[in-house]
Design a protein around this ligand. Structure first.
Ligand SMILES: C[S@@+](CC[C@H](N)C(=O)[O-])C[C@H]1O[C@@H](n2cnc3c(N)ncnc32)[C@H](O)[C@@H]1O
Length: 196
């Protein structure tokens, strides 16, 4: 398997091979954000790519939205498109080396982009980045893919085992409001950090 490093992801952006990019903020995340009253919560979107959800949150009044990606390419596009978004909240770097403390982390096709051997490390890092009681919310693929990844798939049973030591599994179920192209293939998660 190719090494899924900065070079790999930047090449994908440069050559336009970005099949994961839906081009708008994902409906389940939008609907989740719309229910949050406290707009001061610290939000992180790791592996955010073109980060449509980040701009949606920012435009909706959330004042502490952070975008993180290992590739400069989408961060540069984001900065050009949305010059009013605070550039100090655009982080170029590796999720596993990122430091911060957040109330909410949004997951949208980042988990599936990582080599599956990194999944336990992903769970540990998410738990470290979240305050105790902080939430990891978003979407995980609830299907296997036929071709070699990324994306790498999985299923709810496997995810329950993976997360249950570090998170209270508040919601982990088939997503009812996926975008049409992903209907029936994703799980919605709302996990509460039990460590911190
Ligand atoms: C499949 S794309 C998803 C992008 C975006 N979330 C979306 O749905 O359009 C995966 C993203 O994760 C980024 N990425 C991969 N490994 C990363 C890492 N270790 N740390 C931070 N970002 C990473 C890639 O550069 C890419 O933008």
């Amino acid at each position: 398997m190719a090494e899924l490093d900065e070079k790999y992801w930047s090449e994908r952006y440069k050559s336009g091979l970005t099949g994961w990019d839906i081009g708008f903020p994902s409906t389940p995340i939008v609907q989740y954000l719309d229910q949050i009253v406290n707009k001061d919560v610290e939000i992180l979107i790791p592996g955010a790519g073109n980060a449509y959800e980040a701009y949606y949150a920012f435009q909706s009044g959330f004042s502490n939205v952070h975008v993180l990606d290992i590739s400069q390419e989408p961060l540069r596009n984001f900065k050009d498109k949305f010059p009013n978004f605070p550039s100090s909240n655009l982080h170029h770097g590796d999720f596993f080396e990122h430091h911060g403390s957040y109330n909410l982390i949004l997951e949208q096709t980042f988990f599936c982009a990582l080599n599956p051997s990194l999944r336990p490390k992903y769970v540990k890092k998410m738990s470290e980045l979240l305050l105790k009681g902080g939430k990891l919310v978003g979407l995980l693929f609830n299907k296997e893919f036929n071709s070699p990844g990324p994306p790498f798939g999985g299923g709810i049973k496997e995810y329950q085992k993976l997360f249950h030591n570090s998170f209270e599994i508040d919601v982990m179920e088939e997503c009812y409001n996926s975008i049409p192209a992903r209907a029936g293939s994703e799980a919605f998660i709302r996990l509460i950090n039990s460590k911190g």
